[in-house]
Design a protein around this ligand. Structure first.
Ligand code: ADP
Ligand code: MG
Length: 272
């Protein structure tokens, strides 16, 4: 079997509305604009957003792949040079009841497809539902998005705790979104890290931050990615910086991920 070079990254948050989808979208653009092959996967089943943020109307989605014999390639949408979107559906209650079978089915159906990309960026829904926990466990890397709001901090802590107890996951990269200053970003990270370290003996790594930037709301309004609509804006620079950091991490991880499947099966013995 060829050596794996795909890095799968799950973008997570305890609380909704903290900026996950915009982060997943703009990091994907940042990586693809630097020459990488990227698959952006909408894993917020039932409440998909990425198609809306891009002003697209996809004809098929990830649920169709799970529910039928449809090939994954047929629902892919080319978004940019080197960047494809695997959409999810919105307003459809999750039909997949057998949650413990979902990861294996998804891995089987997507294995070949994801292997063609350098990165698979998974925009996972908020909260601690079985679907969220499964997607989080299937990725090789987890990016936890947190804002300075106390509720975001407590919900992030809850997610870290549940991922540790239910899936044995103890590695997290933290992105602080919407901080007003470097000091506030650092404080936010430290509060979360202190709680995780004290109560769970887990130390999440501070990956970086995205400034609060009013242009981002405007980009959402016009359904264009921030990175293209406001190429010189503050948050755009932050997205590029985060992309660079993830790219360096991938380079360092290549020997370690060579023998792994891009989509890990939760509960299997291979360690990511
Ligand atoms: N860095 C930021 N600066 C300003 N507003 C932001 C920022 N990040 C997110 N937002 C606002 O938060 C809203 C929700 O973001 P979204 O990415 O959809 O969150 P999630 O996917 O976590 O639910 C956006 O529509 C935007 O208005
Ligand atoms: Mg979202």
């Amino acid at each position: 079997m060829a050596e794996n070079t795909t890095l799968t990254v799950a973008v997570l948050s305890g609380k909704g509305g903290v900026g996950k989808s915009n982060l997943a979208l703009n990091i994907s653009f940042a990586l693809s604009r630097k020459g990488a092959k990227v698959l952006l996967m909408d894993c917020d089943l039932g409440l998909a957003n990425l198609d809306v943020l891009l002003g697209l109307t996809p004809t098929g989605n990830i649920q169709d792949i799970l529910d039928s014999n449809l090939k994954a390639e047929t629902v892919l949408v080319r978004v940019d040079q080197g960047l494809d979107l695997l959409p999810a559906s919105s307003g459809v209650v999750e039909s997949f009841n057998d949650q413990h079978l979902m990861p294996a089915l998804l891995a089987e159906k997507l294995d070949k497809l994801v292997g063609r990309y350098d990165y698979v960026i998974m925009d996972v829904g908020a909260g601690i539902s079985p679907t969220v926990l499964n997607f989080a466990a299937m990725a090789m890397m987890r990016v936890l998005v947190v804002t300075p709001e106390p509720t975001s901090l407590t919900d992030s802590y809850a997610l870290v705790k549940v991922l540790a107890t239910r899936q044995g996951i103890r590695d997290h990269l933290v992105v602080v979104n919407q901080a007003e200053s470097a000091k506030q970003e650092e404080m936010t990270y430290k509060r979360l890290a202190a709680a995780c370290s004290h109560f769970l003996n887990i130390t999440p790594v501070h990956l970086g931050g995205v400034h609060n930037d009013s242009n981002l709301s405007e980009a959402v309004r016009v359904q264009r990615p921030m990175l293209l609509e406001y190429p010189n804006s503050r948050a755009t620079k932050d997205f590029y910086a985060l992309g660079d950091k993830i790219s360096k991490l991938r380079q360092n991880m290549l020997p370690r991920i060579a023998g792994l499947s891009p989509l890990h099966l939760p509960g299997s013995s291979a360690k990511n």
